[in-house]
Design a protein around this ligand. Structure first.
Ligand SMILES: *Cc1c(COP(=O)(O)O)cnc(C)c1O
Length: 386
């Protein structure tokens, strides 16, 4: 029997020819600086575990005792019988951490963004998004059925011009730290524009929490912005927190609205309570152990200084995301492969994750890296890119 529906060979071959085919590598053992891949040890420069908490003994212990107390599965959605005291305590602690009235847990960041935007906007409204926003923010905007407007990356003048011709209810949406560039949203200008135009403001700080701000409060702490300035604040727990899941923090009414209306909250299983327990441990470490942020900044400075001396094309970032721009997808793949031969795992990021012609090596740092490892990376980059 032949059914043309299942004939994917043409499309798959095209992806391969365009150097856009994606592969998975199987990792054995815990997420850490050293990863075991097929019996080989690779130094990890591609994870989002910026503070080195994904395999922290206290986080793992909290997870295990969470399983002892709550079992594994949460059994149902939060609105049925899956909302445990562990989830509830974590929400209260995240609200306190972010200085917001309340916080609401979602099972993933992708789902949080789909849920929030589509709960707050509908047909006839407008969503304004930075061109380089994370796919989940773009998809949330499309799902909401609101008029979809993209503005130039981190360009508040373009945002202002777009807002000027927008009528009705509007929501400004941006990454706080851009996931593939490492730079920041122009938050002060966005806060002002949202206020002037009575628009909503949603900031997704997946890559800022834990990394930026004295207490790890992310981009809003970095700029000193309160709930009044940035009323809808989203964070993920699978990056610097080292666990899994996501949250939205804001006013009492905002959170109640999301509980009623966010479909990706209502119609999905609550994440395991033990994950919430593990996250409570990582939230404590993230706040108390500020040396992790300091160590990270030290490594980032060392890398940037060395990379500039070597003439690498860096981007405007002081966060843990330090891309080296290559341009061509094939060349980015080759560079990544050469680094692998030196025992370093750095991922090549290609379209459609980044705009056409801007393929790059996305290097990420962790507080658990050593200065020697940064130096080894610089040396290998020098060879791989020459
Ligand atoms: C990773 C990421 C997400 C998705 O979060 P998950 O919990 O991995 O689903 C959303 N937004 C940004 C900016 C991200 O980097």
């Amino acid at each position: 029997m032949s059914n043309a529906f299942y004939d994917f060979t043409g499309e798959l071959r095209r992806l391969e020819q365009d150097n856009l085919y994606r592969y998975r590598r199987v990792v054995d053992g815990p997420q850490d600086i050293k990863l075991n891949v097929g019996g080989r040890e690779l130094i990890n420069f591609c994870s989002n575990d910026y503070l080195g908490l994904a395999n922290h003994s206290e986080v793992a212990a909290a997870f295990k005792s969470g399983v002892e107390r709550y079992g594994v599965g949460s059994g149902s959605a939060h609105l049925i019988c899956g909302h445990s005291s562990a989830h509830h305590a974590l929400e209260e602690e995240l609200a306190a951490f972010t200085g917001r009235e309340r916080a609401l847990l979602f099972s993933t960041g992708y789902m949080a963004n789909l849920g929030v935007i589509s709960a707050l906007l509908g047909r006839g409204d407008t969503v304004l998004e930075d061109r380089l926003n994370h796919a989940s923010l773009l998809d949330g905007g499309l799902l909401s059925r609101a008029r979809f407007q993209r503005y130039r990356h981190a360009d508040s003048a373009d945002l202002q011009a777009t807002l000027a011709v927008t009528s009705g209810k509007a929501l400004l949406v941006s990454d706080g730290v851009f996931s593939m560039d490492g730079d920041l949203a122009p938050l002060p200008a966005m806060v002002e524009l949202a206020e002037q135009h009575h628009a909503g403001l949603l900031i997704d700080d997946a890559h800022g929490f834990g990394v930026l701000g004295k207490n790890g409060g992310g981009v809003v702490e970095h700029f000193g912005f309160s709930q009044d300035d940035v009323p809808i604040l989203m964070g993920t727990l699978g990056k610097a927190f080292g666990t899994f899941g996501a949250f939205v923090a804001g006013s009492e009414d905002l959170i109640e609205m999301l509980i009623q209306k966010a479909r990706s909250y209502v119609f999905t299983t609550a994440l395991p309570a033990a994950v919430a327990e593990a996250t409570r441990a990582s939230l404590r470490l993230l706040q108390v152990e500020s040396w992790r942020r300091e160590q990270l900044q030290k490594l980032i400075r060392r890398f940037r200084q060395g990379a500039k001396q070597q003439g690498l094309h860096l981007m405007d970032s002081f966060t843990a995301i330090q891309p080296v721009l290559i341009g061509d997808s094939g060349q980015a793949m080759v560079a990544s492969q050469r680094l692998l031969e030196h025992g370093l795992w750095v991922s090549a990021i290609r379209p459609p994750t980044v705009p056409a012609g801007s393929a790059r090596l996305r290097i990420t740092f962790s507080a658990n890296h050593t200065e020697q490892q940064v130096d080894a990376l610089l040396e290998a980059l020098d060879k791989a890119l020459s």
